[in-house]
Design a protein around this ligand. Structure first.
Ligand code: DX5
Ligand code: ZN
Length: 220
């Protein structure tokens, strides 16, 4: 079952509640929340207070993608604020095992995010402690970037790594995904598909989510 996770980074923040209601109508499965601190990535976005507000606004699971330094220091706070999924970047956390266990202990799904140029081997030891891997198909920091084509093969290789180990880890993919490339990405083995600009830059975000879902169903 492929799930669409709209990224609110491209939403109209003055009408966040309405934007969330629209993606709910369209059949979104997850709300993807991009947390950036201006250190790990060259952009600053939103944090804990917005996650708390979102929790009041929707029943959908909140997926917080932490693009911050010291993610281990904050991961549990995001669960307390209402996140059901928390991912931390492999490039910035030297104590991944501890962070993943802490997220799980708090009752959320634990994920590791990985940048386009970081090799999959960096995930090997942490994989058994993950509920999902967030594979970046753009360099994190901004919405509206172009899908990096080599990510497709990276999804396939990650799929094999997970299956060979008999793990249940799910693959989430993030960046540059739209209705033209989503079917191919789903076919490569991604299960949770993030889309920001392809949803919120459209006149009708509910319809945009529907079209993305339909595009993946054509593949399945
Ligand atoms: C980028 C973020 C993405 C971004 C995706 O750093 O992690 O979640 O919002 O936006 P699009 O779908 O427009 O590439
Ligand atoms: Zn993201």
């Amino acid at each position: 079952m492929i799930e669409i996770a709209p990224s609110i980074l491209s939403a109209d923040f003055t009408r966040l509640g309405e934007e969330i209601a629209a993606i709910e109508r369209g059949g979104a499965a997850v709300v993807h929340v991009d947390v950036m601190d201006g250190h790990f990535v060259p952009n600053i976005t939103i944090g804990l207070p917005v996650v708390r507000a979102l929790k009041q606004a929707t029943q959908l699971p909140l997926d917080t993608h932490l693009m911050i330094t010291n993610p281990g220091l904050y991961a549990e706070q995001f669960v307390e604020a209402g996140a059901s999924m928390v991912s931390v970047h492999v490039e910035i956390d030297p104590h991944l095992h501890r962070t993943l266990e802490a997220i799980r202990k708090k009752g959320a799904m634990a994920g590791v995010a990985i940048n386009p140029a970081t090799p999959l081997v960096m995930l090997e030891e942490a994989l058994p402690y993950t509920d999902f891997i967030l594979l970046m198909s753009v360099n994190p920091g901004f919405g509206g970037q172009k899908f990096i084509k080599t990510s497709l093969d990276k999804v396939r290789r990650l799929r094999r790594m997970i299956d060979e180990r008999g793990l249940k880890t799910r693959i989430e993919i993030d960046g540059g995904i739209d209705r033209h490339n989503i079917a191919e990405i789903a076919a490569a083995g991604a299960e949770i598909i993030v889309a920001g600009s392809a949803v919120f830059n459209e006149a009708d975000p509910a319809q945009a989510v529907r079209e993305l879902r339909e595009a993946t169903m054509q593949w399945a």
